[in-house]
Design a protein around this ligand. Structure first.
Ligand SMILES: [Mn+2]
Length: 406
């Protein structure tokens, strides 16, 4: 039976501006390109037959020539791997698209518009794909398939497409694809791109499908491990696994600094929280190793990265003395040399002696009394959502009395 060894990746966004990390953005942009090169090397080392790049390989349809030629050169290094590219909404095929260049290596196949297929008889593979021709595609490109059911043979049908997985009757500007369309597609595997958060390997009817997610988190809305999907696909069967390959992770940690009196102390608590978080990652990896040792397939175990390599968004919380002037920038400055990037947000509140405060006849006392009334009333009728909302308003209000609020 034909068995295709593949690597599925998507949404690499080469060339993305990463202004949120300031002067580190240039380095990070280069690292994204390095991660792409790493994917190419894995294809060579692991004898991958099919590399699927499911859209938004580049940040835009108008890229610097040097970057495009670096990608072309890289792909030329794996002549034995079939490379399939399905352009997405970011790198769609425009009139002067670099995807229309004639000097892409011979092993690279770019899908340039509606769904079509290429057959690789020697591999028993029928490769399907479609590409964005503008930023928006409002009707599904998958439904325009020439009925795959005409092909009653033993070839493995794999499809690569950039699009938005929607519930039935929902709409999307980014090639809406529904589960029922996947189910009736007749494909053995559909490699999806567009959603940066990966999914498990899912199944609709006899069709397996997945989003590999992006390869490097490019913001604090793209947290945790990022990577590719690797494994084998056969007729109506697949053995695919997520493999993390990211150079760094974007992580968000909530750290309680209640009772802290100095920024130095707060910085130490944050650093400890970061180190403890890394320990928990190691434990997870150890457990994964044990599972993999008992499994028949050999999957490369990737060690978790060192905490210092990552990008952190730290949210400080807890109760602080009113006289302590918390300085997030000072804390970040203390930790800048410890990690690749750190950003600190303040969600702490002032430690308050409510009993004496609500007895004060000052404006602050009246405010506290009124807010406490609202909180207690909400608690009495069991409305915790409102109680929390008023509590938050009370803390923000009290902060305004104590410190400057922007
Ligand atoms: Mn996209």
């Amino acid at each position: 039976m034909c068995k295709i060894k593949l690597l599925h990746c998507a949404d690499i966004h080469i060339g993305a501006e990463l202004s949120y990390i300031g002067n580190k953005s240039k380095q990070r942009r280069e690292e994204i390109l390095m991660t792409f090169d790493k994917i190419v090397s894995i294809c060579g080392e692991e004898n991958i037959q099919l590399l699927l790049i499911a859209g938004d390989l580049f940040q835009s349809s108008n890229m610097d020539k040097d970057i495009v030629s670096s990608v072309k050169k890289s792909l030329k290094k794996i002549p034995n791997t079939i490379v399939a590219i399905a352009p997405g909404n970011h790198d769609y095929i425009s009139i002067d698209s670099f995807y229309l260049d004639e000097d892409w290596p011979e092993n690279v196949h770019i899908f340039k518009s509606e769904l079509e297929f290429i057959e690789f008889k020697e591999l028993g593979l029928r490769l399907w794909g479609a590409g964005f021709t503008s930023s928006y595609i409002t009707s599904s490109m998958l439904s325009s398939a020439e009925s795959i059911n005409n092909f009653q043979d033993n070839m493995v049908n794999i499809c690569i497409i950039h699009g938005d997985l929607i519930s039935e009757n929902q709409t999307s500007n980014y090639n809406p694809i529904s589960v029922s369309q996947l189910k009736s597609s007749g494909m053995d595997y559909v490699a999806l791109g567009h959603i940066h958060k990966r999914t498990e390997i899912l199944k609709a009817g006899n069709t397996y499908y997945a989003y590999s997610g992006c390869c490097e988190g490019e913001g604090f809305d793209e947290l945790g491990e990022k990577g590719v999907i690797m494994g084998t696909v056969m007729k109506t069967m697949c053995s695919l696994e997520f493999c993390p390959i990211c150079k760094r992770m974007n992580l968000e940690l909530r750290v309680d600094i209640s009772g802290t009196n100095t920024n130095n102390e707060a910085a130490e608590i944050v650093l400890n929280a970061i180190k403890n978080y890394e320990k928990s990652l190691h434990t997870k990896s150890e457990m994964l190793k044990q599972v993999q040792q008992t499994s028949s397939e050999s999957i490369p175990v990737i060690e978790p990265l060192q905490y210092s390599k990552h990008l952190y968004k730290i949210i400080l919380e807890g109760a602080l003395d009113a006289n302590f002037k918390l300085d997030c920038q000072a804390i970040a400055a203390r930790l800048e040399s410890e990690v690749f990037f750190i950003k600190i947000n303040d969600e702490t509140h002032i430690e308050i002696d409510m009993d004496s405060l609500t007895k004060e006849s000052s404006l602050k006392g009246i405010f506290a009394r009124k807010m406490m009334d609202k909180i207690n009333k909400s608690i009495n009728i069991g409305n915790n959502t409102d109680a929390n909302k008023y509590r938050k308003a009370l803390y923000i209000g009290l902060k305004a009395f104590e410190r400057d609020i922007i």
